[in-house]
Design a protein around this ligand. Structure first.
Ligand SMILES: Cc1ncc(C[n+]2csc(CCOP(=O)(O)OP(=O)(O)O)c2C)c(N)n1
Ligand SMILES: [Mg+2]
Length: 384
């Protein structure tokens, strides 16, 4: 099967996913915590927003499902069924979910290797994501294996050279502007990647051309085993665009992320140029499966984040406080998410390995180049 067909099969618009709750839509007026945002050279997003009960249930369901999916990946890796690199996003669910719920399919997202959650939110099925990790035929990118290759028609994940996806994101935003689309590109990178020179080159061009590019730094406080303050001379990542305004966001609160991303999209699509968002978040696990994640930070720190800042527990409490769901409804969502992921684990394990001819698809073969490329030789250059 060709790569595009595999991707189309694995792609399921998130809008058609059903919610476990059956109750009717009702508007919920929300006031965010006063410290949700800190702004640089722009106004902070409003602390007031209105969401429907269905939207809140969808956010909760998505975060719970995502966490279950990552727990399943963890178990499959430990069972030696997933091999190679595997980077989980457990703890960071609010970023992918808050972003997706504020965007449309016309908007684009590009990120590095910590990409399973974004793939799911952009419409990748759980089976296709797990099958990809297992290197099976049903995998979203054709079962090439490992967490490095994951994309949907509007999402480009799996970039392994940290920061390299940022100029690519600026390029996608350039295309959107060139084509006159009213949409934005969200280029994600980590606190570690933020120090790459190409990030600043992308900032510069995005500002010069006022591209609809939102640079999103997922500050999970570590790049591999290095704490942010040991790698970055300035850890106020939202200010590092200098001439590009920025907002620091509580990335553990899915509602704050949603609000900030809606604000950023409006900002940049209305022609004000790029914007920087810093999502303050935390990864519960190690950098990858080979890192226990406890040699460069204390167990108490991880436990503290889990107990006091968990994005799922936080939203659950707010939904109960709003009176839009009961404990029983939430338990039913948890149960259904577990069953959905368990089923996907079995489906992905049952998928066969890709056909051997996949080894040779989309591989460069000498002699298939375009016949003529202008400007290869000095004498072919443009003369003035
Ligand atoms: C150019 C380059 N340098 C170094 C590496 C090795 N490396 C892989 S991940 C990583 C840390 C990145 O940290 P961060 O950007 O904070 O992302 P996180 O893993 O926290 O999501 C490094 C240094 C790489 N992949 N590419
Ligand atoms: Mg990091």
């Amino acid at each position: 099967m060709s790569l595009s067909k595999v991707a189309a099969k694995a792609f399921m618009p998130s809008a058609v996913r059903t919610f476990a709750s059956s109750a009717v839509a009702r508007d919920v007026n929300i006031t965010l915590h006063p410290q949700s945002f800190e702004a640089y050279k722009c106004d902070a997003p409003s602390l007031e927003l209105t969401l429907k009960k269905e939207e809140l249930v969808h956010m909760y369901n998505s975060m719970v499902t995502m966490r279950r999916m990552e727990m399943a990946s963890d178990a499959l890796y430990k069972a030696k069924l997933i091999r190679g690199f595997c980077h989980l996003c457990t703890g960071q669910e609010a970023v992918a979910v808050g972003m997706e719920t504020a965007l449309t399919e016309k908007d684009k997202i590009i990120t590095a290797y910590r990409c399973h959650g974004f793939t799911y939110m952009r419409g990748g099925s759980i089976t296709s994501i797990l099958a990809e990790l297992l290197g099976r035929k049903a995998g979203i990118s054709g079962g090439k294996g490992g967490s490095m290759h994951m994309f949907t028609p509007n999402f480009f994940g799996g970039n392994g050279i940290v920061g390299a996806q940022v100029p690519l994101g600026a390029g996608i935003a350039f295309a959107q502007k060139y084509l006159g689309e009213k949409a934005a590109t969200f280029a994600l990178y980590g606190d570690g990647a933020s120090n790459q020179g190409q990030v600043f080159e992308a900032y510069n061009m995005a500002k010069l051309w006022d591209l609809p590019c939102v640079f999103v730094c997922e500050n999970n406080r570590y790049g591999m085993g290095t704490a942010a303050n040991r790698s970055s001379a300035n850890t106020s990542y939202f200010k590092r665009g200098d001439y590009i305004p920025g907002v620091k966001v509580n990335g553990m609160d899915v509602l704050a992320v949603h609000q900030a991303v809606a604000y950023a999209k409006e900002w940049t699509v209305s022609g004000k140029g790029p914007l920087l968002l810093e999502m303050e978040t935390y990864r519960y696990g190690g950098h990858s499966m080979s890192d226990p994640g406890t040699t460069y930070r204390t167990r108490e720190e991880i436990q503290h984040m889990r107990s006091n800042n968990d994005p799922i527990t936080g939203l659950k409490q707010r939904m109960l406080d709003f009176g839009v769901v009961t404990e029983e409804e939430l338990k039913a969502i948890d149960k259904a998410a577990r069953a959905e992921v368990d089923k996907a684990v079995e489906e992905s394990k049952a998928s066969p390995e890709p056909d051997v001819d996949q080894l040779f698809t989309q591989i460069y073969i000498k002699g298939t180049e375009v016949p003529h490329i202008r400007g290869r030789e000095p004498e072919e250059g443009i003369r003035f």
